[in-house]
Design a protein around this ligand. Structure first.
Ligand code: G6Q
Length: 522
């Protein structure tokens, strides 16, 4: 069954939130902390090795109660039930949305059109495991009989951003294989990647759900031409594999039927890294680690499905985000992980959130008269503190932040890690507390005459009262990364449910694909 069709702005909760907003808007978070000594504990909770502290937000208990009322009036429980059980909630494409089945570690069947899809999912995973083991051990050989040293993922959008981000994020767990990514239809970049590769020892994975995407097919053909400078057509089977739903087109390209990894229409591109689209991940870190990554996703699924909404991380993050987007009018959110490993997280989340919720027509097919998907951006701390954080601290916009930190570093280098984490805490504190004129004055009083101090004072004052969430995780592992990604997937889902839009189509992307063909100068 389809998702219900409820205009959030017509709910009772929305009206109450509008009234409540006028009460909260002038309130300083500092006052809220002074009034409630247990605020930090009351607005924090733990799920496995994740701790969410959302106390530094412009909310009080009433805000959260009303946001939960909104979620209930928008039938969130019903939507979650339909999401996990394979209902065709991607109405405009008449498809189920089942990336959660790809990481389902339970024994339950998941039905699509009356058929349990779990056996096929497990079969593909088993094929990925076997293949990964063979490539990593050197048993799988390239066309001249040499073991594989390099893997190149050719794909774009959902067939690139996820695997690229995970491979980079989990490089600590990597084996000897070098992994490369070609996505843009930029011939120069393709040459740059190929120039250091030996065709004999390189495995190419062409990842395209449709196998019709111009960029991917063009790049795949360029690579094939380069490969055939030394090899024969019949050698393609040794060095090329594909991940696609379109087996016919893959075979036309010259890839052996045994080298095709299937995927399904019930997995959206931007949600597909859990499927064979993640083959480059499984090759880079080994299948066991890939499976732990799936387990992390599954653990977050269970939490999202079963935890009460008050203590549910994706629900809480989604509701707070809606509060800023739809009541404070903030247009963007910034995500700042305090680990260099997660440098590609922001581009991944941009696609996940903005392609899913960048919609202006509701589930009735009518234009919405309220804000939907927000702009997501970010990069790693502490780098951003020396760059764009100025605007978050002293600019004119309200930009809620997600700070993501890890208690342990992977190599156990305590001293730099302590400094990194000191910055993680300090940034949240600075945004929250700011710096008053008195504090600035105190700081400056020994550094010049009063006239100079007074002239500089306004520029050195920080208003504070800027919101952030702190997500603190024990350690960056395949499992915790899996949970982190699933957390943002579910946050995106909850937002789409409440905004009454369809989060799983992407007609905007498709228009671009169509027009690029028209504009192509032959
Ligand atoms: C993802 C989008 C889009 C898609 C790419 C690649 O949700 O649909 O980013 O992943 O356009 O598509 P193919 O995998 O079909 O080549």
């Amino acid at each position: 069954m389809a998702l219900q069709n409820i205009n959030p702005t017509k709910t009772k909760a929305w009206k109450k939130l509008e009234n409540h907003f006028t009460e909260i808007k002038p309130v300083e978070m500092k006052t809220l902390f002074q009034k409630n000594k247990n605020r930090k504990e009351e607005f924090s909770f733990q799920f496995e090795d994740f701790n969410l502290d959302y106390s530094k937000n412009r909310i009080d208990q009433k805000t959260m109660d009303l946001l939960l009322e909104l979620a209930n009036e928008c039938q969130l429980t019903d939507a979650i039930e339909k999401y996990f059980s394979g209902d065709k909630i991607n109405t405009t494409e008449n498809r189920a949305v089942l990336h959660t089945a790809l990481r389902n570690k339970g024994n339950n069947a998941v039905q699509v059109d009356g058929t349990d899809i779990m056996p096929e999912v497990r079969e593909t995973l088993a094929k990925m495991e076997q293949f990964s083991n063979k490539v990593i051990s050197g048993e799988f050989k390239g066309y001249t009989g040499k073991a594989i040293t390099d893997v190149v993922n050719i794909g774009i959008g959902g067939s690139d951003l996820g695997p690229r981000m995970v491979v980079e994020s989990l490089q600590f767990y990597k084996n000897h294989l070098n992994t490369h990514f070609i996505s843009n239809v930029d011939g120069d970049h393709v040459v740059e990647v190929l120039k250091n590769l030996n065709p004999e020892t390189t495995l190419f994975i062409i990842v395209s759900k449709t196998f019709t995407t111009q960029e991917t097919l063009t790049n795949a053909l360029t690579v094939k031409k380069w490969f055939l400078q030394n090899a024969k057509e019949s050698d393609i089977q040794h060095n090329f594999v594909a991940v696609s739903t379109n087996v016919e087109k893959v075979l036309d390209f010259g890839i052996d039927a045994n080298n095709v990894f299937t995927m399904w229409n019930w997995v959206g591109g931007r949600y597909s890294l859990w499927s064979a689209v993640g083959l480059s991940i499984s090759l880079a870190i080994g299948f066991k680690n890939f499976d732990n990554f799936l387990k992390g996703g599954y653990a977050m699924d269970q939490h999202f499905k079963n935890a009460d909404f008050e203590k549910n991380i994706p629900v809480t993050l989604a509701l707070i985000s809606i509060w800023y987007n739809n009541f404070f009018g903030s247009e963007s959110e910034v995500v700042i992980p305090y680990t260099q490993y997660l440098e590609k997280l922001a581009p991944f989340l941009q696609q996940l959130s903005m392609e899913s919720n960048g919609k202006s027509v509701d589930r009735n097919g009518k234009p919405v008269n309220y804000q939907t998907g927000n702009i997501i951006w970010g990069n790693t701390g502490t780098n951003v503190q020396h760059a764009f954080m100025q605007l978050v601290h002293q600019g004119t916009k309200i930009i809620p932040v997600d700070f993501i930190g890890f208690k342990e570093s992977l190599y156990g280098n305590k001293e730099p890690h302590n400094k990194l984490m000191a910055n993680f805490y300090a940034q949240a504190e600075a945004l929250y507390a700011g710096k008053t004129a008195e504090e600035v004055h105190l700081d400056m009083k020994f550094h010049g005459d009063l006239k100079k101090i007074n002239a500089l004072l306004p520029f050195k004052v920080f208003e504070g009262n800027k919101p952030s969430n702190a997500i603190l995780i024990e350690k960056l592992t395949p499992k915790s990364l899996g949970s982190l990604i699933a957390m943002y997937e579910h946050k995106t889902f909850v937002q789409g449910v409440i905004w009454n839009i369809f989060s799983f189509d992407q007609f905007g992307v498709e228009l671009g694909k169509e027009l690029a063909h028209k504009f192509l100068v032959k």
